[in-house]
Design a protein around this ligand. Structure first.
Ligand SMILES: *Cc1c(COP(=O)(O)O)cnc(C)c1O
Length: 399
C-alpha cells in the first residue's frame, strides 16, 4: 500500500496567501511600497518589539544585525557549532573571526558554560569577543537570561538567531515571546519556506533600540538617507532657494541591497496573521510526538525539552543511540524514506566545515559531536495530521 509522502517540513499556503500576492501584483508598488510597512508593523506586534526591519533572507538579517553592532576585523563572534552555516557566515562577512561554542548533547543548544569556554578561547587567541549569537535550535530557546548575564559582564552584544523560533513563548509564566529582545540587542528571523512563516525568501531583525533600527534600515538600502536633518553636503544638495533638493539623497557608508519586495511582504503578512494558528498546530504535533516517546524502540528518544519555554517548533529532533541502532544513519533514513517519510540532519557541525575546520583543532566539541552523531529530524509542519505521526512512529518501531 503506497501512502502520500510525509516530508520533514513544508510550507503551508492557502487561497488567502495567493490572493494577497495577486493584490500586490495588480497595485502600483512591487517593492518599497506599503506592503513592506504593513509587514514590519505586524511583525513588531507579533514579537512584542519596538522595531522590526524586514529584509530578503535570514542570512541578510544576521549580517545586518552584525553590522548594526559594529562588528569588524579584530573582533570575535561566538557562535554555537550546532546551527545552519549562515549563523557563522554572516559574522564572517564583517571580517570578524568566528569562535565556535560546543552545545548540549541532549538539546543541541549552547549553554552559558559553553559560552564561557569560547570566550576564554577567543581571548587566548588575542581576539576581542564582541558578540554572542545564541541559536534557538528547533524553536527551543537557549537560556537567554544566563547567556546574557555572561555577555553583559564581558561587555558583549547579544544577537539571537531565532530563525527556528518565531512564535515561541518563554519565561516563568510564558509571558515573553521570541523576538522581544528581553535578553538581547537584536533578534534575527528567517522566512524561508521550510521555516514556520514563508515569504519565498525573507528575513527580519527585531530590536527595541531606535539607534540599531536606523542602522539596519540604512544598511538594507545602499546606505542611503533621504532625511534632510541627516544631510551633510550643502554644496551638492541645496537648491538656490537654500532648501535641500527634493531629489537629493546622501550615502554615508556602502549598504547592501537587502530589501524584501512588496510581493514577499504581502505573503509574509498573510502568513503572519495565521501565526497563532500555525503555532497551535505545531505545538499539538510536538505534544503528540512526546506522548508517544515511551513507545519508541529502545535507543531512540526525542531531544530534551527545556524549561520555561513553549516552542513553536520548526523541527522535531530525535536522538538515536549506538550509531543509529547499529545500522548507520543512511540505512535508517533510507528505510524511513521507503515508508514514505522524509527526514533530515540538523546540523552538520559548522566547526567541521572545511572553511572553519582549521580554527578548531584540539578544542573539545564532545557535546556537539554526540548530538551530531545521534540526531535525525522527523517530520513536523503545519498541515501534518496527528495520524501522520502515528505512521512515523510505527515506521520507527519496525526498524
Ligand atoms: C534558515 C536559517 C538561517 C538562514 O536563513 P535564510 O533565510 O535561509 O538565509 C540562519 N540560521 C538558522 C539557524 C537557520 O535555520
Amino acid at each position: 500500500m503506497t501512502q502520500k509522502f510525509i516530508p520533514y517540513g513544508r510550507q503551508s499556503i492557502d487561497q488567502d496567501d495567493i490572493e494577497a500576492i495577486v493584490k500586490v501584483l495588480k497595485s502600483d508598488y512591487l517593492t518599497t511600497g506599503p506592503a513592506v510597512n504593513e509587514f514590519e508593523g505586524l511583525l513588531a506586534d507579533k514579537t512584542n518589539s519596538n522595531y522590526a526591519i524586514v529584509c530578503n533572507s535570514g542570512t541578510a538579517a544576521l549580517h545586518m544585525a552584525a553590522h548594526a553592532i559594529g562588528l569588524s576585523e579584530n573582533d570575535a563572534a561566538i557562535v554555537p557549532s550546532v546551527t545552519f552555516l549562515a549563523s557563522a557566515n554572516a559574522m564572517t562577512f564583517t571580517g570578524a573571526k568566528v569562535i565556535f561554542a560546543d552545545c548540549d548533547p541532549a538539546t543541541g543548544l549552547m549553554t552559558k558554560d559553553h559560552l564561557e569556554n569560547a570566550i576564554l578561547r577567543a581571548k587566548k587567541a588575542g581576539l576581542c569577543p564582541k558578540v554572542v549569537v545564541p541559536v534557538h535550535l528547533a524553536g527551543q530557546l537557549c537560556d537567554m537570561e544566563a547567556i546574557s548575564k555572561v555577555a553583559r559582564r564581558e561587555g558583549m552584544f547579544v544577537i539571537e538567531d531565532a530563525c527556528h523560533a518565531i512564535g515561541t513563548t518563554y519565561g516563568p509564566n510564558l509571558e515573553h515571546v521570541a523576538g522581544d529582545c528581553k535578553w538581547s540587542d537584536l533578534t534575527a528571523f528567517s522566512f524561508h519556506p521550510v521555516k514556520t512563516i514563508a515569504m519565498g525568501e525573507g528575513g527580519a531583525v527585531t530590536t527595541n533600540s531606535s539607534d540599531f533600527a536606523k542602522k539596519l534600515e540604512l544598511f538594507r538600502n545602499h546606505g542611503i538617507t533621504r532625511k534632510p536633518e541627516e544631510f551633510i553636503s550643502e554644496d551638492t544638495g541645496k537648491d538656490r532657494s537654500g532648501e535641500w533638493g527634493s531629489w537629493y539623497y546622501e550615502m554615508s557608508e556602502p549598504g547592501y541591497n537587502y530589501r524584501a519586495s512588496d510581493i514577499q511582504c504581502a505573503l509574509g503578512s498573510s502568513q503572519l496573521k495565521k501565526l497563532d494558528m500555525f503555532a497551535a498546530k505545531r505545538r499539538e504535533l510536538r505534544e503528540k510526538y512526546y506522548s508517544l516517546e515511551n513507545s519508541l524502540p529502545e535507543g531512540i528518544r526525542l531531544a530534551n525539552r527545556v524549561p520555561n519555554c513553549s516552542p513553536c517548533p520548526h523541527l522535531m529532533i530525535a536522538l538515536f543511540d549506538n550509531d543509529f541502532l547499529g545500522k548507520g544513519r543512511n540505512h535508517v533514513m533510507e528505510k524511513l524514506k521507503n515508508d514514505g517519510i522524509g527526514t533530515q540532519v540538523h546540523y552538520i557541525p559548522v566547526h567541521l566545515q572545511p572553511y572553519y575546520r582549521t580554527q578548531t583543532v584540539g578544542v573539545d566539541f564532545s557535546g556537539t559531536l554526540s548530538f551530531y552523531n545521534s540526531c535525525l529530524s522527523l517530520p513536523i509542519y503545519t498541515s501534518m495530521s496527528p495520524r501522520d505521526i502515528e505512521v512515523v512512529v510505527s515506521s520507527l518501531k519496525s526498524l
